[in-house]
Design a protein around this ligand. Structure first.
Ligand code: PRX
Length: 654
């Protein structure tokens, strides 16, 4: 891991918030922020208990804070009862019933707005429809939908009745959908006749049919939203149109008051084995941190139009589309489609047209948009923006500066937020009215989040700029609770490294002399492609499932736009293509992986070799493969290789 841990990035510029921003911010000075840190430090449990009382509406108030009796399984506020949908919608109705909750823009340009009252009615009708189909507390429901308000309605409706949703990103293939349905043992899939993306229709229903055709015995019904109006097959008795499900349903639905620890959702994410893991989140703890980070990090207020560009298929689309913005009674914007339809000005046009004030996206999107030049953003009025955010991967200082100047006009603070599917919400991030930011750093842990960098023995690294393991030393409310159906994996992956003492994030990081965190990358076999997590083993398993592939090894290489690109080394059954080139096969394998996992997992490069480089004990020398993928000179000892001649093949020289 040392190659990940040597730190090379040096960035010394600092950007304090403007006096104007600080003056209007919820937390407007370093002193105010320090006071929060102090409170959390002096009485950690009490700090979170107080916030949980103040920030959420309870049906049955809790009396207990953190329960560590079953560590490393931690529970918060266990004797309370609460409902997330009630907290996101109902509690705002008296004061904000007519306020816009969701502004939606479809890729074709259609616009729809929903007030809190309308959202309430639609969530209740849908929840009643689910109940009529027999869905009840604890049942798993898979949501495989385009980015339309109905995706949020479906999630909220599940939360309302205590059903556990598992949203599957619409870009995942039928095979990935099937794996997730089966692992979760879901009773229902909610999907659409398609979604609009990149000028094309995403065939969500066809993929659902394919997945169900190959297994998924637990599924009883498929609910189908009409979004594109193109023809899809309907299976009598199994499939129900969304409109039929809600027809005649009452617009009131008493929330199911669940225990704080009741699972709100599962979300599958990649790890270092071939099988994605179902990260299980709680109800109350999860919601609390979504709310706090909306307030602390996004400084959300009633006048804001908040736009997080993430799809609901990712954790960002859970915490900062479906839940956090609504729980804080805000107005959120949803956009269905791609950033380049009809051209690369679309995001900036949406910011202008809907007067977006807070814009949150991934560095990969920023880099892709930056590449198109300044004319696109300069053609639109971006003066409504007041705060910008990034998430998902380290942002390079060049992209940061472009975001700061060209989009933020040097006015808007940038919050670089570090967190994970597992953390539930931001863990390390600036407080925009109080923290001076540095391009490329996610700055400091939030109050009540005990993040640190430790060495391989688990000792805190006090020397500035020394890389180590990123850990969180105390359980926090929105942390994952387990891996669905595989609790051992939960314990081993997140707590095993340091004897159950710390949560281990799987990232390496360093702290500079000011205590600012700089994320250096993953230390496991997980890639970060365009801000999306992918296990190298997942891609390898997909490749070897092809009849012509005997063995495969996948590594990441740096990519200007995607952050990391996927580089696959493949050993075929039968002879290696002459000169290592077979364009038809390469295309076939790339499409194969897209079909097995989804287009985001398509290898960018495929190189054929007679063998993979292995140590004497048979371990693939991944570090060597990474060096080659980067096009760097090989300096490590390769004398143990059985067949050194393959080095030329791996390097594309033979
Ligand atoms: O490596 C870190 C990177 O993304 C990983 C988490 O991926 P995922 O669970 O898919 O969640 C992404 C959205 C929260 C982390 O382990 N990562 C996330 N945010 C940042 C980051 N790396 C650097 N800087 C960030 N701000």
């Amino acid at each position: 891991m040392s190659e990940n841990i040597d730190s090379i990035l040096q960035e010394n510029r600092q950007f304090p918030p403007s006096a104007e921003f600080a003056e209007n911010a919820r937390i407007g000075s370093p002193e105010q922020l320090e006071a929060l840190y102090r409170q959390a430090e002096e009485d950690y449990e009490g700090f979170w208990m107080q916030l949980a009382r103040d920030e959420m509406d309870w049906h049955t108030p809790f009396t207990t804070g953190l329960d560590s009796s079953n560590a490393p399984h931690y529970a918060w506020f266990t004797d309370g009862r609460i409902n997330v949908s009630y907290n996101c919608i109902d509690r705002h109705l008296a004061t904000k019933g007519n306020q816009t909750a969701i502004i939606f823009e479809g890729e074709p340009g259609d616009i729809e707005t929903l007030t809190y009252r309308q959202l309430h009615d639609r969530v209740c009708q849908f929840a009643n429809g689910l109940k009529k189909q027999g869905i009840k507390k604890g049942d798993r429901v898979v949501i495989y939908m385009p980015m339309t308000p109905e995706a949020v309605i479906a999630m909220q409706a599940c939360a309302r009745i205590g059903a556990i949703h598992s949203v599957v990103f619409g870009g995942f293939s039928a095979a990935s959908l099937k794996d997730r349905i089966e692992d979760a043992g879901a009773r229902m899939v909610i999907t659409a006749d398609g979604g609009n993306r990149g000028g094309k229709i995403v065939e969500l229903k066809a993929a659902t049919d394919e997945a169900l055709g190959k297994g998924c015995a637990s599924i009883e019904h498929v609910v189908v939203l009409k979004r594109t109006d193109h023809n899809v097959g309907i299976v009598e008795g199994r499939d129900i149109w969304w409109d039929d499900l809600v027809a005649g349903q009452a617009s009131e639905c008493e929330p199911e008051w669940v225990e704080s620890e009741h699972p709100l959702f599962l979300l599958y994410t990649s790890g270092s084995t071939g099988k994605p893991k179902g990260i299980q989140h709680s109800t109350a703890g999860y919601l609390l941190n979504s709310i706090m980070t909306m307030k602390w990090v996004f400084d959300i207020n009633d006048k804001d139009i908040f736009w997080c560009t993430a799809d609901v298929g990712w954790i960002t689309g859970h915490s900062y589309v479906a839940y956090g913005p609504l729980a804080t009674g805000s107005t959120l914007l949803m956009y269905e489609g791609a950033p380049n339809v009809p051209d690369f000005g679309r995001f900036w046009k949406i910011c202008q047209d809907h007067k977006v004030t807070i814009f949150y996206t991934a560095p990969t999107a920023i880099r892709a948009l930056m590449k198109q030049g300044d004319d696109f953003p300069n053609a639109y009025d971006l003066s409504s923006l007041r705060l910008l955010g990034t998430v998902g991967e380290p942002i390079n200082p060049e992209a940061w500066m472009w975001y700061h100047k060209t989009i933020g006009k040097e006015r808007c603070p940038i919050v670089d937020t570090w967190w994970q599917t597992e953390t539930g919400s931001h863990a390390i991030a600036p407080i925009p009215g109080a923290t001076a930011t540095k391009p490329g750093s996610c700055t400091r842990p939030l109050p009540g989040i005990a993040a640190d960098v430790v060495d391989k023995d688990g000792n805190p690294i006090t020397e500035p700029n020394q890389g180590g393991f990123l850990v969180i030393k105390k359980p926090w409310p929105s942390m994952l609770r387990t891996v669905w159906g595989d609790d051992k994996r939960y314990q081993d992956t997140y707590w095993g490294e340091f004897d159950n003492r710390y949560y281990v994030a799987g990232d390496s990081a360093r702290k500079d002399a000011d205590g600012y965190f700089w994320i250096m990358g993953r230390i496991d076999d997980v890639l970060n492609v365009s801000g999306h997590r992918l296990g190298t083993m997942e891609v390898e398993s997909a490749l070897v499932a092809h009849e012509r592939v005997a063995e495969a090894a996948v590594v990441g290489r740096p990519d200007e736009v995607k952050g990391e690109a996927i580089f696959a080394y493949v050993v075929l059954r039968g002879p290696r293509p002459a000169g290592g080139v077979d364009e038809a096969l390469t295309k076939e394998l790339r499409n194969w992986v897209a079909k097995e996992i989804g287009p985001i997992a398509k290898p960018d490069d495929i190189r054929y070799a007679d063998n993979l480089p292995k140590t004497r004990s048979g371990k693939i020398m991944r570090r060597l493969l990474r060096t080659i993928a980067k096009g760097e000179k090989i300096t490590s000892d390769t004398s143990t290789l059985e067949n050194e001649a393959i080095l030329d093949q791996l390097q594309g020289k033979a």
